[in-house]
Design a protein around this ligand. Structure first.
Ligand SMILES: Cc1ncc(COP(=O)(O)O)c(C=O)c1O
Length: 409
């Protein structure tokens, strides 16, 4: 099958795992919102690193240490360009989105927020953008405010505006919902928050593989994402923060790498970005992240987004034609995530029966329990598409769901 620009069959050959046979059937991988598969180039980058220049970074003067350090720092430059950050030291390597949010909540939040200050999140947040703020509220006496949504899964922007006041000190919002696929109007959210003097963090875990991100144009104060949802390795992510804000924040973790000088009387800290990178990082994964970003850039974000949108439209039509199936999350602006429930059938049973047919979907609350409570359902089944998925695979999903119905209803 040929797309206007992308040769999807050729792209599929980049991903060795797509040749796997599951329960006697070729794998259909529709769990991309949880994690994407990795192309050969990323796998090779990992092996190449370990085979040719594995060494601890920054302090070594030997050849391998210098090579590892320069590859590690090249990734930082790559991510700077990917996000269009103004300064390279505004990119902090983390273990992922969750780690980035905790860093900001603990370092910025504990230093600059006080009792009575309000932190705004939304109903559709992932647990990793709820719990760190709740922990902070418990400790500091801050108040958590939650933007409601409509039945389509869109933020009620009027309610958001009403919520904002001089008490609002922080807004932390998901760019794209993992459970619904909704793309939130983050530029508007940021502008309105700034108008009352609040700082803004954007959780870009689901956005980074689908949407062009320009942190300068958005003017967000922080942006976080995970590489494993962007065709890169697990256990690695990045936090962007505006330089002056990061400079004002205390370190989050103490240890090696993040210091200038240690005495028993006093320790002075490194400059950005190392101040926030204590200990030996995930060097190999950071190095391979370069290749993951390069892979996406080579295909082109716009081309990827256009093709995934085609899959979204095709999949939405196809699934809607199944009697007794209801889509959950029908926002006007969406990425290629389709959540659904089937009348009288538990999502888990849907997942098990699809798995028997080699089709991987995610079922459950998707780490968004408060959202499920708002929607009045225990969970959904979720098919999320990446650039290597095809319409033929969506056809298989439809056949699989008809089988689920036959077996269980
Ligand atoms: C919207 C959103 N935020 C945060 C996370 C957490 O990402 P990670 O587990 O990589 O830290 C996820 C992961 O599914 C997500 O979808």
């Amino acid at each position: 099958m040929f797309h206007k620009v992308l040769d999807i069959q050729k792209i599929r050959q980049d991903f060795p795992i797509l040749n796997e046979v599951i329960n006697g059937k070729p794998l259909v991988y529709f769990d991309n919102a949880a994690t994407t598969q990795k192309p050969f180039s990323v796998l090779n980058a990992l092996t190449h690193y370990y085979e040719h220049f594995n060494a601890n970074i920054h302090r070594g003067i030997h050849h391998l240490a210098e090579k590892a350090t320069s590859a590690f720092e090249a990734s930082r430059h790559k991510i700077q360009t990917f996000l269009n950050a103004r300064h390279v030291e505004e990119i902090i390597f983390t273990y992922g989105t969750t780690d980035g949010i905790n860093l900001v909540a603990q370092s910025y939040g504990r230093t600059f927020l006080k009792a009575g200050d309000e932190i705004v999140i939304s109903t559709m947040e992932h647990h990793s953008n709820i719990v760190p703020w709740q922990m902070l509220c418990e400790e500091k006496g801050c108040v958590l405010r939650v933007i409601p949504i409509n039945d389509e899964g869109e933020l009620l922007m009027d309610e958001y505006e009403k919520m904002l006041s001089e008490k609002t000190k922080f807004v932390s919002i998901v760019h794209v919902s993992n459970a619904l696929g909704t793309i939130n109007p983050v530029a508007e959210i940021i502008e309105k928050a700034h108008a009352v003097g609040a700082k803004v963090l954007i959780d870009g875990a689901q956005a980074s593989s689908h949407i062009d991100i320009d942190v300068q144009a958005l003017d967000c104060d922080f942006y976080v994402f995970s590489l494993h949802k962007l065709y890169g390795p697990t256990g690695m992510g990045a936090l962007y923060g505006k330089k002056d804000i990061l400079n004002a924040m205390p370190p989050y973790r103490g240890g090696g790498e993040m210091i200038k000088e240690v005495t028993f009387a006093k320790t002075t800290y490194s400059d950005l970005p190392y101040k926030f990178e204590a200990g030996t990082p995930n060097i190999a994964d950071v190095v391979a992240a370069y290749t993951a970003v390069e892979y996406v850039e080579t295909l082109g974000k716009k081309q990827i987004a256009d093709y995934e949108h085609e899959l979204l439209v095709y999949g939405t039509d196809a699934l809607q034609s199944i009697e007794g199936l209801r889509l959950v999350g029908t926002a006007k602006e969406k990425v290629s995530v389709i959540s659904f429930v089937m009348e009288g059938i538990h999502p888990q049973d849907v997942g098990v029966i699809l798995d028997q047919q080699g089709i991987a979907v995610r079922t459950g609350h998707h780490c968004t329990q408060p959202l499920m409570q708002r929607l009045g359902i225990p969970g959904t089944s979720r098919a999320s598409f990446a650039v290597y998925n095809t319409k033929e695979e969506i056809d298989k999903l439809v056949v699989g769901l008809e089988r689920v119905k036959k077996m269980l209803s």
